[in-house]
Design a protein around this ligand. Structure first.
Ligand SMILES: [Ca+2]
Ligand SMILES: [Ca+2]
Ligand SMILES: [Ca+2]
Ligand SMILES: [Ca+2]
Length: 410
């Protein structure tokens, strides 16, 4: 993600101090160091594996003295930063050409003073806590793997935790081998073995569901590229590791009916709220392809006459509504519609001419007050406009309508 003007807005301190020189390259570098552009992601466990780019953390807190900063090659961070930092960026070889480093780093070797709560945090969860949301479908024990770049003895430790708990089993991920290169480790530092042994760092996921993985500072200057959780004891990552296991959203179903209706109290579907079968032989059929009532104009006896369907209101409390009739336009003709309340005509409507078959048309019936037992009748007719030849005659529109919409008055 490129540095955008949006990310500049949040930079009150730097933006004010650099207000006159905001477009210089030095300033751009400073901005990236100080206020990284973070891609927030939702992770899932997939076949027992969770793969996370460390730089895609969701939140960071307790970061007043030390802070995880995102280094990103595409943002051109290749100069020494504005914070104490003895080593150059290591984006080359990092997964996604990006990683996080905890800065400032003012303890590079044993000769520099060790200050608890500043350049060293022996207790997990006390400094620079970042989080990653993960959905697990399989509970169980997950080995924690980290991919880090260490250049000395005082930049090679990390703490992990889950759901607000920094359990002993996930503290002190340690990197001894593989200095000056991106290296995977799952080794827990213990008093009896400072380098630890492989696959000794883990979290227990007690229940399937949404969880929060946490990572916090142990030593300043530490750099983390990627995190893997695996429930397979035989698994060992190599290279940059697999791709991130991200939750990918699929497209939601868009509405196909009542398209122009954006609010309503009740929808009275023609086919489900109305009685259309118990009337005489002159009755509607259900056009299941379009989900509407229609008149079988193939039967000459049903052409050019009004067919009816009834709805009986059954709500105890009388209430006023704005009423709308939703019909379908047709190429073959402009059907007419009537809406009646207890036999009294409320409105008459005619479909407009159309170039597209079966588009919804919405007619305003007006205000109605409905009480229990009221009967609403909708009528329509099958007509031809003489434009579409069909055999010896022209095709008939079928008086299709989708339903009535009742909207709250206020
Ligand atoms: Ca550095
Ligand atoms: Ca350090
Ligand atoms: Ca470093
Ligand atoms: Ca990375």
């Amino acid at each position: 993600m490129k540095l955008t003007s949006l990310s500049l807005i949040g930079l009150s301190v730097l933006a004010s101090s650099c207000a006159n020189t905001v477009n210089t390259s030095d300033t751009a570098t400073s901005l990236v160091h100080s206020h990284p552009v973070v891609k927030r992601q939702n992770y899932i466990e997939k076949d027992g594996l969770v793969v996370i780019e460390a730089e895609n953390f969701a939140t960071q807190v307790l970061s007043d003295k030390r802070r995880w900063l995102v280094f990103n090659d595409s943002d051109g961070v290749n100069a020494k930063g504005v914070f104490a930092d003895p080593d150059l960026p290591h984006t080359h070889g990092a997964s996604g050409n990006s990683y996080i480093e905890i800065l400032p780093d003012n303890r590079t070797n044993h000769d520099e003073e060790l200050i608890h709560g500043e350049n060293f945090s022996p207790d997990a969860g006390k400094m620079a806590v970042v989080t990653y949301p993960v959905y697990f479908s399989q509970p169980g024990r997950y080995i924690i793997w980290g991919r880090a770049f260490s250049t000395g003895p005082e930049d090679n430790g990390f703490h992990f935790g889950l759901d607000g708990v920094w359990q002993e089993s996930s503290q002190r991920l340690q990197f001894c081998d593989g200095k000056h290169m991106w290296t995977w480790s799952s080794q827990q530092r213990v008093d009896s073995n400072h380098c630890g042994t492989p696959k000794t760092l883990w979290v227990d996921v007690v229940e399937a569901g949404q969880h929060t993985l946490m990572m916090s500072m142990r030593e300043d200057g530490a750099e983390l590229d990627k995190i893997i959780l695996s429930n397979d004891l035989h698994y060992t990552p190599s290279g940059v590791g697999p791709e991130e296991t991200l939750y990918k959203e699929v497209k939601l179903a868009e509405k196909k009916a009542y398209i122009d209706i954006d609010h309503y109290a009740y929808i009275l579907n023609s086919s489900t709220s109305f009685d259309f079968e118990s009337t005489s032989a002159d009755r509607y059929y259900y056009d299941k392809w379009r989900g509407v009532l229609a008149i079988n104009a193939g039967n000459p006896a049903l052409r050019n006459k009004f067919i009816s369907a009834q709805y009986t209101h059954n709500k105890a409390k009388p209430e006023s509504f704005k009423m709308k009739l939703v019909t379908l336009t047709e190429l073959d003709g402009e059907s007419e519609y009537r809406v009646l309340l207890n036999g009294k005509l409320l409105g008459e409507f005619k479909n407009p001419e159309t170039k597209i078959d079966y588009q919804e048309a919405v007619f305003d019936v007006g205000m109605v007050e409905l009480k229990k037992g009221d009967v609403i009748t909708v009528q329509s007719n099958a007509v031809t406009n003489g434009k579409i030849p069909e055999g010896d005659i022209t095709a008939f529109a079928r008086g299709r309508w989708r339903g009535l919409v009742l909207q709250q008055v206020n």
